[in-house]
Write a protein that binds this ligand. Structure first.
Ligand code: DOR
Ligand code: ZN
Length: 348
């Protein structure tokens, strides 16, 4: 196959940052995706509807007018998020969920949830009004091995949430392990997961290939090959609970190439092409549209997009860096070929 036309995809998990950095990265996503859920881990975090509305306006202003792109927001859950804030987020029409970061789990998560019972009132309100909970699924205890933090989270936290709130819609974000895939597959209806391109394409060897590779470091960290294979099987299966969320997470080059580098992989410049590559390797390009353009919209109760994009099997090489505010970012696959290329075309 040398070309593939699919319904325009949506990115159900994205980091856009703010100000000049936002302006640098939003065009990459707006070019490929019709909608994206923009994560709230700014400094300070997006904890209220008012902050989300203002952030949304900054995103819209930073979007080149040639693109029709709808940013969807998510509220940053804290120990003190009120039921009233949840209800007003639900009523806003542009807030697609509430994001649970265990305090200390990742970039700008220090204001996150310190103990799950503290947020039971907020979760009850979400269940009541149909608001989706998006979960960064890792425990933060320092005695738990970094590579086990996701599977320990399932047993210590996530199972409790899905059982205590049986009607709450939950997205287990950026799943990375076979155990997470199995958890979602064996869960009740209303539990779904996003999968990133890096977790479909790489295993943890990529962090140490010939030396330490900070640009392959993200959280949850890349796992073993047998985990990657489980993710591929899930993404390319007919199971509607697995859908696209890039977790594209830009950090300035200097913040990654340093003694204590930030977690995050920037993939927005080639997101749909990277997914196409992984689906092609699995012999399942026929399932790309369902994963990228249908299941997420269906889960969130939003209409599927009506416009299309076309991918051609024409390799291109991302540059070694892109401008990023007053700095630069090193993109995924910098200087190495990507097998597919999206053709820019008119939107309806
Ligand atoms: O690698 C990551 N980067 N994982 C996260 O959970 C956060 C993200 C970021 O914001 O940089
Ligand atoms: Zn993320």
């Amino acid at each position: 196959m040398s070309s593939l036309t699919i319904t325009r995809p949506d990115d159900w998990h994205l980091h856009l940052r703010d100000d000049a950095q936002l302006e640098s990265v939003v065009p990459f996503t707006a070019r490929q995706f019709a909608r994206a859920i923009v994560m709230p881990n700014l400094k300070p975090p997006v904890t209220t509807v008012a902050l989300a509305r203002a952030y949304r306006e900054r995103i819209v202003r930073a979007t080149p007018p040639r693109y029709t792109f709808e940013p969807l927001l998510t509220l940053y859950l804290t120990d003190t998020t009120s039921a009233a804030e949840v209800q007003s987020a639900r009523a806003s029409g542009f807030i697609a969920g509430v994001k649970l970061y265990p305090a200390g789990a990742t970039t700008h998560s220090d204001a996150g949830v310190t103990s799950i019972d503290k947020v039971f009132p907020a979760l009850a309100a979400m269940e009541e009004c149909g608001m989706v909970l998006q979960v960064h699924g890792e425990v933060t205890e320092s005695d738990v091995d970094v590579f086990d933090r996701e599977k320990v989270f399932i047993d210590r936290v996530l199972r409790k949430i899905t059982e205590k709130f049986p009607r709450l819609k939950v997205v287990f974000e950026h799943v990375t392990t076979r155990e997470a895939v199995q958890f979602v597959m064996s869960s009740r209806a209303g539990v779904a997961a996003t999968i990133t391109p890096q977790h479909l394409l790489l295993n943890r060897n990529a962090i140490f290939q010939g030396g330490i590779r900070p640009h392959n470091y993200c959280l949850p960290v890349l796992k073993r090959e047998h985990d990657r294979e489980a993710l591929i099987d899930a993404a390319t299966s007919e199971d509607v609970r697995f859908f696209l969320g890039t977790d594209s997470a830009p950090h300035a080059k200097g913040a990654k190439e340093t003694a204590c580098g930030c977690a995050g992989i920037f993939s927005a410049h080639a997101a749909i092409e990277l997914y196409a590559e992984s689906f092609e390797r699995a012999g399942r390009l026929d399932r790309l549209q369902a994963f990228a353009s249908e299941r997420g919209a269906d889960f969130y109760g939003l209409p599927r997009n009506r416009t299309k994009i076309t991918l051609v099997r024409d390799a291109w090489t991302p540059p070694l860096s892109y401008p990023f505010g007053d700095s630069e970012i090193v993109p995924f696959r910098a200087g190495e070929p990507v097998a597919w290329r999206m053709i820019e075309e008119q939107r309806a």
